[in-house]
Ligand binder design. Structure first.
Ligand code: PEP
Ligand code: MN
Length: 339
């Protein structure tokens, strides 16, 4: 249920509404909009009657939310969510944000070299994993604390924003001060306790779609984060498993317009994991932008042939620059601007 309140409502009216919601054992969530203040209700809402709220002062409308996910739904909030960062960067709305960087931090030199080149190209968000959830226990697992230390140095010295993965509670605690965006990987999309823990930090979270997850599963996982009071969630389509074997995954671009309709949260596309083959990444990056994505996350490595993870799908800085230029040309067609 969603209770729409006039923007000029006295605070005491809003508090009365919230207290009434709580008296039913439900939780109120204030969602400010440009026209109305929405008070979302979660919990055992079947006990609530719309008429009881309609009679209260300052209430304009009571709307039933029909979807199983509540706080993430467009029914709850019509306007796109914008995520603001220190320094003026904004994700969502008319922005097409490009997050780029290597799959993993491999050494201080490696991450500084690539970050420097990306910064020169105007990239504000650097991605790189220090904790890597790998399919094989024998594969490179990341530099862990040392990797976070190097990312923190990049953040301080180059002023870039850092996107890095929390694999579990321990790694979440280690990356917390360094990460501007906490990445939750495909393999952890339904690790609900990690979602709640990461949500409770209040930091922006990039939530990747699980490889066998439906759009509804993804939205329900995002709901776990929003239900912690954290609205700064970015969804990410990164390819799903299908019967096709020519590509690493099948990038489900259908999900982009579907998700844009169902939720106010920004949706990114990761063409690198989505197709998994470097020379085909540019096509899918452009396709993702054309589908209306709010951003792209692309793996870039100075020496893909020597990368410790995902080299085969990583672009060289030179190829990445070509695609970035094309994205800048394409963005206005979908009413966006590359930032
Ligand atoms: C990654 O971004 O490097 C990664 C591990 O992605 P995913 O969780 O989508 O497999
Ligand atoms: Mn990777």
């Amino acid at each position: 249920m969603l209770i729409m309140v006039n923007l000029d409502a006295p605070r005491e009216d809003v508090e009365k509404i919230k207290n009434k919601i709580k008296s039913y054992g439900c939780t109120p969530h204030e969602i400010p909009g440009s026209l109305k203040l929405a008070i979302g209700v979660t919990g055992p809402t079947s006990k609530l009657a719309a008429e009881d709220f309609m009679r209260m002062d300052s209430v304009d409308e009571v709307v039933k939310v029909t979807k199983p996910y509540k706080l993430v739904s467009r029914e709850m909030k019509k306007e796109d969510t914008l995520i603001n960062f220190n320094g003026g960067a904004v994700i969502g709305g008319s922005n097409l944000t490009v997050i780029a960087g290597p799959c993993s931090v491999e050494s201080r030199q490696q991450i500084f070299d690539i970050a420097g080149l990306l910064k020169e190209m105007g990239i504000q968000f650097l991605r790189a994993g220090a904790y890597k959830p790998r399919s094989s226990p024998y594969a490179f697992q990341g530099l862990k604390e040392k990797g976070v230390e190097y990312l923190n140095d990049v953040k301080k010295e180059l002023g870039m924003k850092i996107v890095t993965e929390a694999k579990d509670s321990n790694s979440l605690a280690v990356i917390l001060d360094t990460a501007d965006i906490i990445q939750i990987g495909a393999r952890n999309m339904q690790n609900f306790s990690l979602l709640q823990e990461a949500g409770a930090t209040g930091k922006p979270i990039l939530l990747k779609r699980g490889m066998a997850a439906t759009v509804e599963d993804l939205l329900m996982s995002a709901e776990y984060i929003l239900s912690q009071g954290n609205y700064n969630v970015i969804l990410c389509e990164r390819g799903i498993r299908t019967f096709e074997t020519h590509t690493r995954n099948t990038l489900d671009l259908n999900a982009v317009p579907v998700i844009k309709k169902l939720t106010h949260l920004p949706i990114f596309v990761d063409p690198s994991h989505g197709i998994g083959i470097w020379d085909k990444v540019p096509s899918m990056a452009l396709a993702g932008a054309a589908a209306g994505a709010d951003g792209l996350m692309i793996e870039v490595h100075n020496h893909p042939e020597n990368a410790l993870s995902d080299g085969f799908q990583s672009l060289t800085p030179k190829t990445f620059k070509l695609i970035l230029d094309k994205l800048k040309q394409l963005a206005p067609i979908v009413n966006k601007k590359v930032n």
